[in-house]
Design a protein around this ligand. Sequence first.
Ligand code: SF4
Ligand code: SF4
Ligand code: SF4
Length: 395
Amino acid sequence: MKNPVPNTPSGLRLPPGFLERRHLPAELDFWVDERDGEIILQPRLPDVEKLYIEVTTGCNLQCATCIRNVWSDPDSEMSLQTFERILAGLDGLPELKRVVFTSFGEPLTHPHILKMIAAVRRRGLAVTLGSNGLLLRSNIARELVRLGVDRVMVSIDGGSPQAYEQVRGASLSPVIENLLALNAAKRELKSLFPTLGIESVILKSNVHLLTRIASLASQLNASKLLVSNVLAYTEAMFREALYGHEPQEAMRVDVWPARADAWVMWATVDLPRMHWGAERRCRFVKDRAMVVSWDGRVTPCYALSHNYSYFAIDGRKKQVGRYVLGDVHQDSLADIWMSREYCGFRSAVNAFYFPSCPDCDLRETCDLRERNEGCWGWNPSCADCLWAQDIVKCP
Ligand code: SF4
Ligand code: SF4
Ligand code: SF4
């Protein structure tokens, strides 16, 4: 079907009660599709709630865990012209709540990152900044406080200076100094924001230090600790991966009270699943998130935003191709989000209409799997996705 079907007397008419119960507007059109003999209506609504912006693919580090070791994409940064196109598209997304400046690159290496954050804040949107923390010096910290950035997520892998250096090839102490300076800037400017979150990738070689990371997060008054498994881009990292196909004992970390001015709240610790499970759920699609890369192209998630290879849960090497659903230089963000292909993809992911390759008898030989395609039809396939398993996590 080429054109969307309107919910009007001349097209498809849905009962008013049905629309009301689902908080859907009376004037609504749909893409009509079919899956296994069932008719599916995909509402065309500009209901994006979260926007990830990758302002750069460049970074001041070269971590052993990073996708940048294996991808075939260039080190590039977003131009101000592309960013203006994104800004122009924000007005068409009335339900947008948060913009997340993070990516496979360090946002603070972009010369105009503060200008970009300011432009988003002027529109009243919450901002999260993801960073490795090394460039988060006191002058930058003060600006982030002044701009009302809501949350800063800093990556700290390994709970000791040695373990950190082993993964990141850099020293941990400047990061800690910078985060203490951020706390000082908040005190000085009498602000509770940005709240601090710590992200940590656990490996066989550093998992015994997890309690030390929690303790460091507590000392830094972080309100959140997000722990993720590694997505194994290299064989060395596959050997470091802790998860497996079979169930294993879940991890435990004690939470700590985080001070927030006159009151105290419990910090949250978000731990990953450690084995392949029956339940699959895509946070990007469920959170109504979209990703805009440095070149203005739109992809549905981190996992499909670059060209790279990685090792699936059983060690099978997969080649992933970037899945581009639009370009902000050609279409508005709303039109890209409501396009037939993007609505169809979200519908397939919401229903998780993909096989489970790690459970398939052909998993070791199937060529489709090697190319990140699937045998149920929709390509690219989410069948091996570790993000949908909650084994790999992101803010
Ligand atoms: S800081 Fe992040 S983007 Fe930079 S090399 Fe490390 S993992 Fe990659
Ligand atoms: S794509 Fe299909 S046939 Fe191939 S491994 Fe996955 S489930 Fe099996
Ligand atoms: S399931 Fe995985 S690959 Fe599919 S959209 Fe979600 S994050 Fe991307």
